[in-house]
Structures are given as structure tokens and as C-alpha cells.
Design a protein around this ligand. Sequence first.
Ligand code: GLN
Length: 540
Amino acid sequence: MARYIFVTGGVVSSLGKGLSSASLAYLLQSRGFKVRIRKLDPYLNIDPGTMSPFQHGEVFVTDDGAETDLDLGHYERFSNISAKKTDNITTGKIYSDVLKKERTGKYLGKTVQVIPHITNRIKEFIRNDIAKEDFVICEIGGTVGDIESLPFLEAIRQFSNETGKKNTLFIHLTLVPYMKASDEIKTKPTQHSVKELRSIGIQPDIIICRSERSIPLDQRKKISLFCNVAIEDVIETVDVKTIYEAPISFNKEKLDDRVLNFFGIKSKKNVNLKPWKKITKLVLNTNNKVKIAIIGKYVELKDAYKSLDEALTHGGIANNLKVNLVRIESDNLNLKTIKKKMQGVSGILIPGGFGKRGTEGKIAAIKYARLNKIPFLGICFGMQMAVIEFARNRLNLKNATSSEFGSSKASVVGLMSEWIKDGKLMKGTDKNLGGTMRLGSYDAHLKKDTKISKIYNSMRIKERHRHRYEVNINYKENFEKKGMIFSGLSPDGKLPEIVELRDHPWFIGVQFHPEFKSRPLSPHPLFSSFIEAVNNKSKK
Ligand code: GLN
């Protein structure tokens, strides 16, 4: 039977609940258990797909096509378990499911209420789609005390009561601040946060204390006494130098031991921390650096490209290099300003994006990369912009554009209306903006003797997608004549998946998002190859 671990957060947000849950998942998995991780988000959007990255950071996409919270990316990167649609839910989705049932008369005669209808739906989500897992870790988004989190906390309280207290463990992650003025570590915010949690009926079993510096025994004792947990269950997590150290540090603090102790089960295997130690050492000690420019619209917010930043770091790990990123806002960029900004930069990356703003700057940067033989990787929107640049400057289609920016006679990138998924015809729409994109994992067939087939060392690949527009296949021949090869296509040959330049050391555009599948312990080949090319360029 599965055992359930609920992770809540207190005092402030951004304490690293996702990273803590992901690290715990790795440790339990490494000890021989089957683990699943889920995220319950209190906001009202049905999924984060319609939110701007400024609001909520990156939208992570799963193989089965769910647009989810970026924490699921952490989970995948640390545990290597591919997340599913059934691993992320929001208040919006819960209410929408309940209201749909109400309209079809499923609760006929009853008053539909938060308790029991909403809380029942939450519990159903927690229990759903579990097969042979030893542990299900559920992270509750938000902070204890938020109005929005309440139904979730009530639901997990009920869940524990129904499933048995011995089968459900509550972990609470809080902040233990250090006050410089008095040179003291303060436990009061943690006490208040636990008090808040207990007022809802949840007694935490383990408290993870996020702190700038190590928490002295006296303060640990205080937390133990006031919060009613054993001293061994007050676990500290002091800021780590790199996130790859997190599993090592949680193991050192005995988090996995305490979890197993709670459930009264023995480890099946010894934990293996070697791979994390190896990459931590590498990331912290390497002196070789390369500089890459990321040109986009959401550059000020780091979380907007979380998986991408991670994948580039992984590419660096594969090449024993530190990757420094220069984030450039594309809005006011033109050929003149680019040259200045490219000092010391040996690679250009244009990530996914939406809308016309800033596109001319991106197109100018692509032209610069193409003409100056600078390694270039265009992802999704980045590939579409590379195709537009090539059409304008090499095919002489001066008004080449994408129909995303308005109707045009020269839409080298157009709205995709139909595509095949798992043998079924899918139809897109431009009216309804939620969940109407080509989403999730799709196959691509690669062309022989191309850069991309050598990089993947395979002729068939599967990558994750998230887009509405597509490069127009009808231009294929014209592009190829001038040196832009359509080196990957959908299995039916209708949708261009990859383009590359024949006469350029490394210029590749991909319609999918390879960053979602890169892992620190197994870097994605496309990023490893890109960083290698960037490194070669930097030596010239
Ligand atoms: N806006 C483009 C499209 O919908 C690209 C999307 C993306 O980069 N993820 O096709």
C-alpha cells in the first residue's frame, strides 16, 4: 500500500518546497522504493498554461501533454520519474470538475459545498492513478495561512484521518531567520506557522527549517518543544551553493532516515549519492567558462526559463564547463546594438515565446549568429524566427512573417489547424486559448547525414511540444536549395520539427522543447553538443 507524504510551507513562499520534495523523492528512490511526486496548486487557473511567465515562472510540459507548474520540472530532474497529467491539480480544475458534475445532476437534491464536495475531489486526485508506489509525495502550493490553501489543508487532514495516521506523514517547511542586529536565530515565525497549521488540525511530524546558517541545538530544542515534534525531526536545511547539493545535504540531516523511521520501514538499499557529489564538485570547481546570450522577452525573471537554464548547466556539466548566461531583452535590439552586447559571447540562444513584441530584435540577433558563424540554438519560437530571418534575407521574401502576428501572404510560419497524435487527427483552434496547443511528446523522424541525427545518434526521437504555429512545409524545397535543411519532420512528413544550416558550424532550430527532458545526471545531447560548439567558438 502507498504511504503518503504531504509537504506544506510556512512563513514565506519560495523556501524551496519543490526542491525539498524532489530531493526526498531521489533519496527514497535510491533506497529502493517506488516514488511518485505530485503538486496541488491553490490558484484558480485550470492550469498555468494561460499565465505569463512573469506571474508564475515557466510552464512545464509533461510527456502526456499537461501544462504544469515548474516544480514538476524539479521533480523530474531529481527523480528521473516522468510526471503525468495526473500529478498536478489546481483549485480551478477542482472547482471546474465539481461544477461540471453539479450541472449534470450528479449531486441532485444536495447543496454543493467546499466540505465535502471540494475536499472529496481533492482526496480523489491524491488517490488517483497510483500503482505499486511505496510513497506518494504531495506538495501543497502556497503558504499556510493563505485563504486559497485552506480547502487543500482540510482535505489532507481528512485524508490522514481516513487513510490512517501511520500511513500519512506531514512535513512542514518553514523559515528560521537570522537577525543580524541581535546576532540571533529566531524560531518564533516557525512556532506561529505550526500554530496556524495545528489550528486546522494538522500536527507536522517533521519540520524542515530553512536557514541562512546552522541552527544551534538550543534553538532546535525550542522548535521541538513549542511545535511538538521530536528533536530528531527538526531538520535544518542551510542554503546550499548549488541545488545539486540538496539531496546530499538532506541525507546528511537524515531526512530520509526520519521518514522511514516514521513509517517503521527499513531501507531496501544503501543510498547512492555519488552522482550528486560528482556533479556538485564539478559545478563548484570548474574554472573553464563559456558565455551564452539568451535573447527573449521575459529575461528579468529567472524562473521564466527554469528548465532551459538547467539544461544549459547540464550541457556545461557534460563538457566540464561553467555556462554563464547573459540575458538580453529583445525589445530594443538591432544589428548595431547586438554587436556591442555580444562581447565575449560565443553562443546565442532564442527560447520559446509568444507574440510580436521583441521579434525584430530576435530576428536581428539570428542574422548576426548566421553571418558570424556563432553557434545558434532556436527553440520553438526561436526556430520560427530563424526561419523568418532566412526567408527574408536568403530567399528574398522581404515580408516573410508568422500568422501569429496577423494575416499575411508570406506566412512562412502559419497556424496549425490539424496534426496527428497517436494515429488520431487533432484539430487546433485560435478562439479558446487554454489547452488548445500541440502539447506533449511527439515523434520526429530525422534525415540521414545531418548534424541533428549525429547529435541524437538516432533517426527517431521523441520530444515535448507546446505551440500553435508551425513552419510551413510548402517552403521546404526553397529553403533547402539555399542551405537551410529541414532535418527533422513529423512522421507523416507534414510538420517541420528541426531546421539546420548546411554551411554553418552549429545552427539548429527545433520546434520542440528539448530542455524539458534534460537531467543533471543525464544531460540532453542537444545541449551537450551546443555547449561543445560554443566552447570551440570561444577558443577561436
Ligand atoms: N508562439 C509560438 C507558437 O505558438 C511558439 C510557442 C513556443 O515557443 N512555445 O507556435
